[in-house]
Design a protein around this ligand. Structure first.
Ligand SMILES: Nc1nc2c(ncn2[C@@H]2O[C@H](COP(=O)(O)OP(=O)(O)OP(=O)(O)O)[C@@H](O)[C@H]2O)c(=O)[nH]1
Ligand SMILES: *[C@@H]1O[C@H](CO)[C@@H](O)[C@H](O)[C@H]1NC(C)=O
Ligand SMILES: *[C@@H]1O[C@H](CO)[C@@H](O)[C@H](O)[C@H]1NC(C)=O
Ligand SMILES: [Mg+2]
Length: 555
């Protein structure tokens, strides 16, 4: 895993070498080890996660041309706001919530106001399936100086269609998900929420009247100050969708989502964007040209894993040999019989040689353009999914639906990872390392200046003590919980993101654009298997000849 592991391995190797060659100087080695440890720990700032693993993603920087933090460390907000280039954006926060959820919302808003919105004053849009009470509205408006707009979701957008909702089947499916302990699967309201966020929130007039939105939820927490305007920077850098956490979905909430997704793509002949590859794995093993040349063999159906190649090639070669050269060849006959009896292998979740890898941007945080969803392709996709019934037959979350939908229309460079935004929702969190700039006396961490009195921080109080910084960090005045970062706990999805964003294609070994292509050179591999086969046949012949000769000698 990247440089750090390699360096550590290298050091261990050097020490082992040294030990082998001069075992007598054992004590010296120990001293050297300790010194190396201290020096390395400082210069590389090696960090240990809670499992005492040396290697973490969270402790590393991933510089990349495709996507990078808009700013590292803190900016002077007044300067930023007064820059003549700067314009306030057509944007709002969007939150779906209930009257009963005030406390959680208060925690979210207080954190957001303190860390960002006290300086930028973006408006809030509150949505609910029933009317907000006057008392609730008053209490919310007390939490901010920004405009707050309250909207109600009409029945069509909130409830499942009437014929569905009144059917026996509907109740049955929801009950069944409850019995099988699908997470939140037994809660009808959760299904409605997921459906609403999947395809309908962006149709609400209060969301439609702006170009950008930042989705928030009750009971989330922000750990760093955000001293620049993320909407403005997104626009400036041509970004369309921003996230903070990418994780794998629970399989049993979406068993059939990908089947319908693929089918929508096929029936509309869509060409997916390069973001698509972040969410899929490919079962195309052999290069397309070879597969095309042998199109009568249907190789992509027979070969799903690299270890299956040689066996399939042996079969092809043996059968050819049988037909062309030696009708009595036993191997050929055996393979031919096997071939005629064998059934295509089934990889359950494979569609068009692809499978959903379960990764998705965690959608309780999103900073995005409204039109990443409000466009013909995504609207059609939602309609198609709606007709399939998956929002109630299964418990499709809005997060995987968003991600797969975005994968159809966006390219990788349209997406921004807000690595510098520290964020917690439920028990997952991401919190960046603080940035240690070299030029200024504050080392990237300017002193905090409150705009609102209630957010003042007392110098020398714990409020003023931020986490230590390092030269690779990106955060501004972060104070992180001492827990494992989601970058390290959900590494399989984060690794994929980093792999695609950070590495050049020749290193990572796939093309960013277009459809997946197989990587194994079929022609070369085929030749090798054929060579082995012929050698084996030759040997067989010479043994046979020898047997014949021995037989002759005996008579
Ligand atoms: N008005 C309204 N809001 C809802 C309803 N169900 C969910 N929400 C809101 O939708 C958002 C997501 O719902 P949550 O229950 O928090 O779902 P979650 O974030 O996936 O689950 P947790 O991990 O439990 O937080 C929250 O802001 C809820 O307040 C509902 O029936 N009515
Ligand atoms: C709103 O602005 C006023 C005037 O600047 C300020 O006194 C007040 O603390 C601010 N905050 C809230 C939540 O009202
Ligand atoms: C904001 O965006 C919406 C939606 O794109 C647009 O209709 C509206 O005119 C914009 N408002 C301003 C002030 O630019
Ligand atoms: Mg929640």
């Amino acid at each position: 895993m990247f440089r750090r592991k390699r360096i550590v391995r290298h050091i261990r190797y050097l020490i082992e070498e040294f030990m082998d060659n001069c075992g007598g100087t054992f004590v010296l080695v120990i001293v050297a080890l300790v010194i190396t440890g201290i020096v390395m720990k400082d210069t590389l700032s090696i960090e240990y996660n809670t499992y005492n693993q040396v290697t973490t993603y969270a402790g590393f920087d991933f510089p990349s041309k495709r996507d990078f933090p808009f700013h590292r460390g803190c900016l002077d907000v007044d300067e930023y706001l007064n820059d003549p280039e700067y314009t306030k954006m057509n944007a709002s926060f969007v939150i779906l919530t209930r009257n009963e959820e005030f406390e959680g919302v208060k925690r979210t808003m207080t954190s957001l106001e303190q860390h960002f919105n006290q300086w930028y004053n973006y408006p809030y849009v509150f949505l609910n399936d029933v009317e907000f009470t006057q008392e609730y509205k008053d209490k919310i408006m007390d939490l901010t100086n920004s405009t707050v707009e309250f909207g109600t979701i009409d029945e069509l957008n909130w409830e499942f269609p009437e014929d569905v909702r009144n059917s026996f089947e509907f109740k049955q499916y929801i009950q069944d998900q409850n019995d099988r302990s699908v997470m939140y699967g037994g809660l009808e309201s959760y299904h409605k929420m997921c459906r609403f966020y999947s395809g309908l929130f962006y149709k609400h007039p209060l969301v439609q009247k702006r170009e950008w939105y930042w989705r928030i939820e009750p009971d989330v927490e922000f750990f760093c100050d955000l001293t620049y305007d993320p909407f403005y920077e997104m626009q400036r850098h041509n970004k369309k969708y921003g996230f903070t956490i990418v994780i794998p979905e629970l399989y049993w909430t979406v068993p059939n989502l990908f089947r319908y997704t693929r089918s929508y793509i096929n029936s509309n002949n869509l060409i997916v964007g390069s973001l698509w590859k972040l969410f899929t794995r490919s079962y195309k093993i052999l290069d397309d040209e070879f597969v095309e040349e042998h199109s009568n063999e249907g190789l992509n159906d027979w070969i799903n894993f690299e270890e299956e190649i040689d066996d399939k090639f042996s079969e092809m070669i043996s059968v050819d040999h049988l037909i062309e050269f030696d009708p009595d060849d036993n191997d050929g006959i055996e393979y031919l019989v096997r071939k005629s009896k064998s059934k295509l292998p089934i990889v359950e979740d494979k569609f068009n040689d692809e499978e959903y890898n379960m990764c998705h941007f965690w959608s309780n945080f999103e900073i995005a353009r409204v039109d990443v969803f409000d466009n013909d392709i995504y609207n059609g996709y939602f309609q198609y999914l709606e007709e399939s019934g998956g929002f109630w037959k299964e418990r499709w979350g809005d997060a995987p639906v968003h991600s797969l939908g975005l994968g159809m229309t966006l390219n990788l460079h349209d997406v921004h990872y807000f690595r510098d935004i520290g964020y917690r929702h439920s028990n997952l969190h991401h919190c960046p390392r603080n940035y240690e700039g070299d030029g200024n006396k504050y080392k990237g961490q300017l002193p905090y200046k409150h705009k609102e009195e209630r957010f003042s921080r007392k110098v020398n109080s714990p409020d003023w003590q931020y986490d230590r910084s390092n030269e690779f960090g990106s955060g501004c005045r972060c104070r992180c919980p001492n827990k494992i970062d989601v970058e390290d706990s959900s590494y399989q999805c984060f690794e994929k993101w980093i792999g695609m964003i950070y590495f050049d294609k020749d290193e990572y070994n796939f093309e960013l654009d277009g459809e997946w292509t197989g990587k194994v050179n079929g022609e070369k591999r085929f030749k090798q298997v054929k060579k082995d086969f012929l050698k084996y046949k030759q040997q067989e012949d010479s043994w046979a000849n020898l047997g014949l000769k021995l037989g002759e000698a005996e008579t």
